[in-house]
Design a protein around this ligand. Structure first.
Ligand SMILES: NC(=O)c1ccc[n+]([C@@H]2O[C@H](COP(=O)([O-])OP(=O)(O)OC[C@H]3O[C@@H](n4cnc5c(N)ncnc54)[C@H](OP(=O)(O)O)[C@@H]3O)[C@@H](O)[C@H]2O)c1
Length: 343
């Protein structure tokens, strides 16, 4: 098969389009013909060596697989050869952890395509129990725009953020892959959503995801804008995928007793916490990593019912994975970028 193989960590040119052996059947695994594979910011960190202790080389990355079953062993869903599926974007890689609940707290839990080969390929071998039947009717490139940001949004917004009807929520980076899904999730749960973008060209996109207030963080102080939007009270929940550099602003936008959920670090991995302010404001600070299989299934149901939608910016042929990574680095993407192995 053809795949994007990395033999070393580094820039876009380490993404090499090559012929490699097809995956062979394994017990309790399925082989999936990859019709489309979504790219996540995580892939750029992995390519550069950010998670290299978990990634033996040569390696094929890719967490967001939409495809069809080619062969299958051990089948919890009654799937047949030819059926359309998506693959869980993270699961415990050690079979001894497969019964661990929630899966995203299992010792061997990793993002799909981190320590085992993933979806930047024509075929992938995945544990059958971590397939999800795809009866959405979506095109493969749309389905592949969903799984990782979907499970993230269910876990961060609904489970940890406890977002509910009538609340006000700030979601950072509203035109990002993860931000666009988190806005949709919060809006679906009945909240009013404020978000940030770094470019006026992204404002309409963020509104289309369900944001009521869209702030260009390059022109305006987002914390001031959010406080004004809430009549000075602050939002109930902040969902943050940026991390370092905006922590103080995020807490300034949050009401006393409000919930702060972080799952991303594009802005940096470190910031400063004022314990006195934390105690007096009684903020609840929560870290979020992917989500469980049950949360993925819950989210996928919302996609199948049309309550949540893929936000596909554009596709690239698999062979152009380097150009696709560069496009994501440009910060001009609105939603998701997806690779097509067979185009
Ligand atoms: N823990 C988890 O479960 C989980 C799951 C999904 C994603 N993540 C993390 O969440 C973050 C976002 O992921 P994503 O896939 O949604 O990213 P993405 O689609 O590539 O979007 C990232 C956006 O962040 C904004 N941004 C703000 N400060 C930035 C900076 N210093 N450098 C680059 N971009 C910056 C940019 O939007 P503007 O230019 O409009 O500001 C950019 O478009 C990443 O850190 C990713 O690893 C974590």
């Amino acid at each position: 098969m053809h795949a994007i193989v990395i033999h070393e960590f580094g820039g876009y040119d380490v993404l090499q389009y090559e012929e490699v052996p097809d995956p062979t059947p394994e017990p309790e695994h399925a082989i999936v013909r990859v019709l489309a594979c979504g790219i996540n910011r995580y892939d750029l960190f992995l390519r550069m060596g950010g998670v290299k202790k978990h990634t033996p080389l040569p390696h094929v990355m890719g967490a967001d697989i939409a495809g069809e079953v080619v062969s299958i062993e051990g089948d919890p869903y009654g799937l047949a050869v030819g059926d359309r599926v998506i693959v869980a974007p993270g699961f415990p890689v050690d079979p001894n952890d497969w019964e661990f609940k929630p899966e995203n707290l299992a010792p061997s839990y990793t993002v799909t395509g981190t320590s085992r080969w993933g979806g930047y390929a024509e075929y992938a071998s995945v544990p059958t129990r971590f397939l999800v039947p795809d009866r959405s009717g979506l095109a493969p490139e749309e389905a592949a725009a969903v799984p990782l940001v979907l499970v993230t949004a269910v876990h961060a917004v609904e489970t940890l953020g406890e977002v509910g009807y009538g609340q006000k929520v700030l979601v950072q980076a509203g035109a990002s892959g993860s931000g666009s899904m988190c806005i949709q999730m919060a809006h679906h749960l009945g909240a009013q959503v404020a978000t940030t973008v770094g470019d006026d060209a992204k404002i309409e996109f963020a509104r289309g995801c369900g944001a009521e207030l869209v702030i260009n963080h390059r022109r305006e102080d987002f914390a001031e804008q959010v406080r004004a939007w809430t009549g000075g009270a602050g939002v109930d929940v902040v969902i943050d995928n940026v991390g370092g550099g905006i922590f103080a602003g995020n807490l300034a936008a949050l009401k006393p007793g409000g919930i702060f959920v972080n799952f991303g670090l594009v802005g940096g991995v470190k910031d400063t916490l004022n314990f006195a302010a934390l105690i007096f404001q009684q903020h609840q600070i929560r870290g979020s990593m992917m989500g469980s299989q049950a949360e993925l299934l819950r989210g996928w149901g919302l996609v199948e019912s049309g309550d949540l939608a893929p936000k596909l910016d554009r596709t690239f042929p698999l062979a152009q994975a380097g150009a696709a990574h560069a496009y994501i680095d440009s910060r001009s993407v609105q939603g998701k970028v997806v690779l097509l192995p067979w185009s």
